[in-house]
Design a protein around this ligand. Structure first.
Ligand code: GLY
Length: 312
């Protein structure tokens, strides 16, 4: 199939402050390039999405890994998921602490346990068994996230509005040269969330889903709204009904907005290599690579392209 392979990544939906848009754009473009290098060499879609999301977790501009937002108590608790479309195997962690790359731990849950999701203390215990080093919490906290935590300590009148401009979950979907799809999503969650809050990201069918018979999705946005409509699976349902990746994504996002006033963004693809990056929020930092062309955008409706070899 001449559309394969493809990787599409996102760096979160919301209102991205102007001074952070260049770094968001270059961050998603680098992550998409890194995922594509793996696919080009014949690597699996799972390897590609985990590598892309690991890069985004390591980039302090995004709300995942070392740029995570803080809980109301000033702590970092992260959620992540991976799913393999060939086998429908998935792994997730929620409310995990002191881990640099929760997406890699989620993959280990998939590969080394008979469970789908490990949470909080149990997820950290599993990380120790897997010899994943714990990192000091301070290394996951940026000045920016501490500033936003302090600024938002007072309870907001409208919790959904309060989160707008503060979302930034990261994620990726890919299809490899064998037509296998995969997804990965990772987040620090909602700003000033309650301790122990589990968001959409670690919930299968919400933060992501992958099935070789339909496609793969990674989502970002207001987690409680995403969980209420099981956004990732809803998009795949629309694709099963014959909608294109773009139509299915728009239909599900519109449903979430009208039904529960939730905003968000998604990256979606099918095993044939059709893909979309769509949002109902003002912005979604995204990038894709297909046929040695880099595609990217931030503002709703924006779509730039350039050769993969051109400097960004
Ligand atoms: N979508 C990220 C979260 O709400 O936790």
């Amino acid at each position: 199939m001449d559309r394969l392979p493809v990787v599409v990544v996102h760096g979160g939906a919301g209102n991205i402050p102007k001074e952070r848009s260049d770094k968001s754009r270059s961050g998603v473009c680098s992550a998409a390039r890194a995922g594509y290098v793996i696919l080009q060499k014949g690597g699996s879609s799972m390897d590609a999405v985990v590598e892309a999301v690991t890069q985004l977790e390591n980039n302090p501009i995004f709300n995942a890994g070392c740029g995570s937002v803080l809980t109301a108590g000033g702590e970092v608790e992260m959620d992540a998921i991976v799913m393999d479309g060939k086998t429908l195997a998935s792994g997730a962690v929620s409310a995990v602490r002191n881990i640099a790359n929760p997406v890699q731990l989620a993959r280990l849950v998939m590969e080394k346990t008979s469970h789908i999701c490990l949470t909080a203390h149990g997820a950290n215990q599993f990380a120790r068994v897997m010899r994943i080093p714990e990192v000091p919490q301070e290394s996951l906290i940026t000045e920016y996230s501490r500033m936003r935590w302090k600024k938002n300590l007072a309870p907001a009148a409208n919790p959904v509005e309060c989160q707008m401009g503060k979302m930034g979950t990261v994620g990726a979907v890919a299809v490899d040269i064998d037509g296998n799809v995969a997804c990965a999503t990772s987040t620090g969650g909602l700003l000033n969330k309650m301790e122990g809050r589990v968001g959409d990201t670690s919930c299968i069918g919400c933060g992501g889903y992958a099935d070789n018979q339909v496609g793969a999705v990674s989502t970002t946005g207001h987690g409680e709204a995403i969980m209420t409509v099981t956004l990732a699976r809803l998009i795949l349902f629309h694709m099963e009904q014959g909608q294109s990746v773009e139509e299915a994504s728009d239909l599900a996002l519109a449903y979430m907005k009208s039904r529960v006033q939730g905003l968000g963004g998604v990256v979606t693809l099918d095993p044939q290599g059709h893909w979309a990056a769509r949002c109902s929020s003002l912005q979604l930092a995204w990038a894709a690579v297909q046929k040695d062309t880099l595609h990217y955008g931030i503002n709703s409706g924006e779509h730039f392209t350039q050769g993969l070899d051109e400097p960004h």
